[in-house]
Write a protein that binds this ligand. Sequence first.
Ligand code: MEZ
Length: 561
Amino acid sequence: GPYLADAHKEKGLNCAACHGAKMDVDDNETTVNASCVQCHGSLAKVAEKSKEAINAHKSHLGNMSCTVCHAGHTDSTTYCLNCHNFALKIPFGKVAARVPSVTLPVVKEVPANIRTDKTDIVIIGAGATGFTAAITAHDGGAKVILLEKMPITGGNSQLAAGGMNAAETRIQKEKGIKDSVDLMYEDTMKGGKNISDPDLVKILAKDSAAAVDWLTSIGADLSDVGRLGGASVARAHRPRGGAAVGANITQVLKKNAEDRKIDVRVNSRAVQILEDGKGHVTGVLVEGKHSKLYKISAKAVIIATGGFSANPERVAYYQPAYKGMTSSNQPGATGDGINLGATAGGELVDMKQIQIHPTVAAGSRILITEAVRGNGAILVNREGKRFVNEMTTRDAASAAILVQTGKSAFLVYDEGIRKSLKQIEGYFHLNLVTAGNTIADLATKIKVPAAELEATINAYNKAVDEKNDAVFKRPDMPRSLKTPGFYAIEITPGVHYTMGGLKVDTNARVMAKDGKPIVGLFAAGEGTGGVHGANRLGGNSITQTIVFGKIVGEKAAKFVK
Ligand code: MEZ
């Protein structure tokens, strides 16, 4: 110390002032968080008081509990610093707070007589897949517990930016966009280099429009549509004005879970899937931040934990060339759920298929959404030249950037593109953008030959006018770059998505190595393999979370009945 608790004590507050008369501390730290709010006001109220340019209490991650960052009896840690490099100070805390990669504790023997909770279905991982599964299973009549090892829910889903792919939607029809389920299937198979499981891809495409309808019916805004790499038409659905899709849908999913009073437990790591002598799932062993080891007995377990892009050792194990690369992922994406399923006998597929995203802001973990290119931005190298079709698939764009001088490039756009996509304002807020009044001014600031950059942009604008990109064959050029100001963000590829994971069938059952499903074990989302093959198309991940989150919730609810 001294810690936050000592400061409270000095002000004459006793333990019960924070912990309540019963002094109970659950893993959600419910009582202590309520006490903080009672004295200091809600997060929104605290945010109002801040005059800082970066307002830590007004997070893009939405409403968080105070104890995500503030601790009473240990050093406080600023959660934002897991991804950002702000010089954010926190009372009684440390400046650097990255969550280290964690491996699961090995529990050889489940201690006898430990606390045992009971439910129908345990869902591990509270991202979009986990929430969708929980809501669907709950609405199907099952009792569920949703576990999250991190102090906040939302996972990578709440960072999702560019959109949610769906074909033949009402919104596309209203906008006159001609698309089909077959075309989405073909794009996805081709993007994944034809190694995806065709049955899973068919479901992804066929159920995509219903997934958009379902999300909209429970409160999401997916009314804007853009085009992303590898897609033949605009099918990436996102909120009005081109805002980030993940923040919108995860807030909606969380609210729906709250309204249904679903039992959501953060700081709660599943450490083992429990099985009976026949290999049938009987529940999970959990390690809670405060409750320590306890059991949840359940008839079914759903793994919805995501991938392992934030686990650099594991990424380098499968893809040595990606060693030391930055990642766009939240720190919890370490692949624990894949390990849990494999230890329970699940087969793993496509584990070497790891996606690097071409545009992570250089020297950071901040993803610059593909939607910026989708809305018209171009990629330019240090010599001031374009070098790739900006709308190609991510593997091709990333490979092209990595052979440029400095292994990075500039994403260049103008005021018109800036106005077309709300998400771009965030990059200004984070000081990632270099601005110029003219192209030459921008070129000087980013140390690129001005005459070359002018020639490149003029040639591109001509291609837009003629609807023909003769050199790079970019298929879609929605805007020319003619309206001052002119902007650039230096970008470099970063580990973004792991396509491999647990093998599942079309009923979301985890398959064992003998080709049979493991009774009672289900999985969906990024922790499963087969949907994206060798390369995921931008916008297909959120679709997968909702489409397969619904399937897994329905199938598991039916199974437990
Ligand atoms: O699906 C994605 O990963 C995506 C659309 C990312 C982005 O660039 O916004």
